[in-house]
Design a protein around this ligand. Structure first.
Ligand code: FAD
Ligand code: DLZ
Ligand code: SF4
Length: 509
C-alpha cells in the first residue's frame, strides 16, 4: 500500500500518545526517526545526553515496530545519512513518495522556523500539530500573559491547579494554601538517610550506542561511563516508582540543600525522562497526588513537586515561546566576560564550583540549587556573557532543550531579561552557600572572610556586582535594604570589597 503520510518523530518526542502518532494509521502512514549529527553538534552536547537520546530513540523505534508500525530509523553511521532533519525528510520522501508530512511541533524555535519552510522547499503539505503533552498551549499562555504587567509564576500555577484539579479541595487549594515553600528550606545534614536514583544497566542496544558516541563525539564534554539512565518508558516508570518510595516524602524539606557527597539528595532526577517523553508530566503529577491522598507523603512534598511541573515547567515553556526569537539576545547587565575555563575543567579552588562542575561532567546532572546558586550565581556575579552561560547549560545537562533551559538560564539565573521571571536577581554571597551546604568546610577559601586573598570569592563579587550594576538595580524595591547596607559601610571597607573583586576578576581572565 502506498504511504499516505510520513510522520517525523524527534528525539524528545518518545511518547506513544504523541499527537502525530495517535492521529496516524500504522497501515497507511510511515514513521521516520533519525540520528542527526547536526542536532548533536549545533552545540556540542554532553556525551551522556547524546547516548541517552540515541539509546532511548532506538528502543522507542523497536517498540513501534513491535506494535505494528512501519518505521524508517536512520542510524548515525548509516552511509547515506545527510545529518540534517531536512535532508533525512527529503530522502524519505524520495523513498516513499508520501502525500504529506506530519510532525508534532518541536520544542525549539530554530527547528520550528525551519519546519515552516519545509512545505515550500519539499513540495508537499506539512502539518505541524500542537504538542499536547504540555498542559498549557502556547496560545493559552499568550492569552494569560496579555495585558499583565508582571508574569509571576505563582499566579500562572494557580490557574494550572484549577485547570487540572490537582491538589484541589473544591475551589480551594488543598490544605488552605497554594504554596508550602516556607516549610521547604531546610539545610540537609550528611547523616540523614540518602536515597539514590534508580540505575539501569545498559543492554546490547545501549552498549552499541555507547560505542558509537564514544567514537563519534570523543571531543565533547563529559564522561560516558558509567551510564545508568533509563532508556525506555518501562524503566523510566521504575525510576518514578523508586523516587516516590525513597525520596518524595523528603522532597520538599530538603529541596534547596546541597551536600558534597550527595549529588542527588531528595531530587527525582526525572526531568531527563519527562523532557524526552518517556514519562508523561500530568500522569507523574497524578501519581504524586495519589501518594498524598493515601497519606504516604506530606502535603509540602507533594505540592512542592507538583508545582515544579505544572507550575515552573509549563511557565518557562510559555515564556520561551512568548519571547523568542529575541529572548536569546537578552543581556540586561551588558555582561561581556567569557565563560571561565573551570566551567569545563573543574580546575578551581572554590569547592562549591569544583563539586558542581565535576558532578556535571560525570553525571550530566546537577540539581536546581547547584545550577541556580552555584554555577549560575557565580557567572552572574562575575559578569559572564549570558549567551555563553546559556550555551554551557544547553550543552552539559542531559535534560536540556532550549525551551526549558533558556528561560531558566537567561531569566531565572542570570536576570538577563531584566526581571521577567524574577522580581530580583538570584545573587548571593558565600553565606547562602554555607547555610545550605557543607561545601565551605573543605574549601581553600574562608566563607567568613569578606575581603582579602583568602576570602570566599562570592563575598566581594556579590558587592561588586551590585555596585557595577547600581544604575540598573537601584530602583528595585526588593534591593533597597541591600543598597542601604552598602551606603552605611565605611569607605575603606567598600574599597576593600571592590579591590578584592577586581583581583578575582582579573585572575579569571
Ligand atoms: P526535581 O528537583 O526532582 O524537580 C521535579 C521536576 O520538576 C523536574 O524533573 C522538572 O521536570 C521540573 N522542574 C523543576 N524545576 C523546574 C524549572 N525551574 N523549570 C522547569 N522544570 C522544572 N530543567 C530542565 O528540565 N532542563 C534544563 O535544561 C534546565 N536548565 C536549567 C538551568 C538553570 C540555570 C536552572 C537554574 C534550572 C534549570 N532547570 C532545567 C530546572 C531544574 O534545575 C531542573 O528541572 C531540575 O534540576 C531537574 O532535576 P530533577 O528531575 O531531579 O528535578
Ligand atoms: C538533542 C538531540 C540530539 C542530540 N540528537 C537528536 C537526533 O539525532 N535526532 C533527533 O530526532 N533529535 C535529537 N535531539 C533532540 C532535538 O534536538 C530536539 O527534538 C529539538 O531540539 C527540539 O526540542
Ligand atoms: Fe564556595 Fe565560598 Fe564556600 Fe568556598 S567558601 S565553597 S567558594 S561558597
Amino acid at each position: 500500500m502506498p504511504t499516505r503520510n510520513l510522520i517525523l518523530i524527534l528525539g524528545d518526542q518518545l511518547s506513544p500518545g504523541l499527537a502525530s502518532i495517535v492521529t496516524a494509521d500504522p497501515k497507511r502512514d510511515r514513521i521516520l526517526m533519525a540520528e542527526i549529527r547536526e542536532e548533536a553538534t549545533y552545540v556540542k552536547h554532553h556525551k551522556k545526553k547524546i547516548a541517552f537520546l540515541f539509546a532511548a530513540m532506538r528502543h522507542f523505534a523497536g517498540n513501534l515496530v513491535e506494535a505494528g508500525w512501519q518505521v524508517d530509523y536512520v542510524q548515525l553511521d548509516e552511509k547515506e545519512n545527510t545529518h540534517s532533519f531536512s535532508g533525512e525528510v527529503e530522502r524519505a520522501i524520495r523513498r516513499h513518495k508520501p502525500q504529506g508530512l506530519v510532525v508534532t511541533e518541536p520544542g525549539e524555535w530554530r527547528l520550528r522556523t525551519a519546519m515552516e519552510s519545509w512545505s515550500k522547499d519539499l513540495g508537499l503539505p506539512v502539518d505541524i500539530l500542537d504538542d499536547d503533552r504540555f498542559l498549557c498551549a502556547r496560545e493559552a499562555f499568550a492569552d494569560w500573559a496579555e495585558g499583565r504587567k508582571q508574569l509571576r509564576m505563582e499566579y500562572f500555577y494557580r490557574e494550572m491547579r484549577r485547570k487540572t484539579g490537582l491538589l484541589m479541595d473544591g475551589d480551594a487549594p488543598e490544605g488552605g494554601k497554594w504554596n508550602f515553600d516556607a516549610e521547604n528550606r531546610k539545610p540537609a545534614k550528611a547523616d540523614l538517610f540518602m536515597p539514590r536514583p534508580a540505575r539501569f544497566d545498559p543492554d546490547d542496544i545501549t552498549a552499541e550506542v555507547l560505542d558509537l558516541v564514544g567514537n563519534h563525539f570523543a571531543d565533547h564534554f563529559g564522561d560516558l561511563a558509567p551510564f545508568w539512565f533509563a532508556v525506555t518508558a518501562e524503566q523510566a516508570a521504575a525510576a518514578l516508582d523508586h523516587f516516590v518510595e525513597k525520596a518524595l516524602p523528603f522532597f520538599g524539606d530538603y529541596q534547596d540543600a546541597m551536600l558534597k557527597d550527595e549529588r542527588f539528595l531528595y531530587h527525582s532526577v526525572l526531568s531527563i525522562y519527562i523532557n524526552a517523553g518517556l514519562l508523561d508530566p500530568l500522569a507523574v503529577c497524578r501519581r504524586i497526588e495519589t501518594e498524598y491522598r493515601k497519606g504516604r507523603v506530606p502535603l509540602n512534598a507533594a505540592e512542592g513537586f507538583i508545582r515544579q511541573i505544572i507550575g515552573w515547567r509549563e511557565y518557562v515553556r510559555g515564556i520561551y515561546w512568548l519571547k523568542m526569537p529575541d529572548y536569546v539576545e537578552a543581556n540586561f547587565f551588558d555582561a561581556q566576560r567569557p565563560l571561565p575555563d573551570f566551567y569545563w575543567t573543574a580546575e578551581t579552588e572554590m569547592a562549591c564550583l569544583k563539586a558542581a562542575v565535576t558532578q556535571t561532567r560525570e553525571e550530566a546532572y546537577a540539581h536546581h540549587i547547584q545550577r541556580l546558586m552555584v554555577t549560575g550565581n557565580f557567572a552572574m556575579l562575575a559578569g559572564v556573557d549570558p549567551r555563553q552561560v546559556h550555551e554551557w547549560y544547553l550543552m552539559v545537562y542531559a535534560d536540556a532543550y532550549e525551551w526549558v533551559e533558556l528561560p531558566n538560564t537567561l531569566g531565572m539565573s542570570q536576570f538577563a531579561d531584566g526581571g521577567l521571571l524574577g522580581s530580583k536577581p538570584y545573587a548571593a554571597s558565600g553565606n547562602y552557600i554555607n547555610k545550605m551546604s557543607d561545601y565551605c568546610a573543605d574549601c581553600r577559601y574562608d566563607v567568613k572572610q569578606k575581603t582579602g586573598d583568602d576570602a570566599c570569592p562570592f563575598n566581594p563579587l556579590y558587592w561588586d556586582f551590585l555596585i557595577r550594576n547600581e544604575d540598573r538595580l537601584r530602583g528595585n524595591p526588593r534591593l533597597a535594604q541591600v543598597y542601604r547596607t552598602w551606603q552605611r559601610m565605611s569607605d575603606d571597607k567598600k574599597t576593600d570589597y571592590l579591590k578584592s573583586a577586581e583581583r578575582i576578576l582579573s585572575n579569571l581572565s
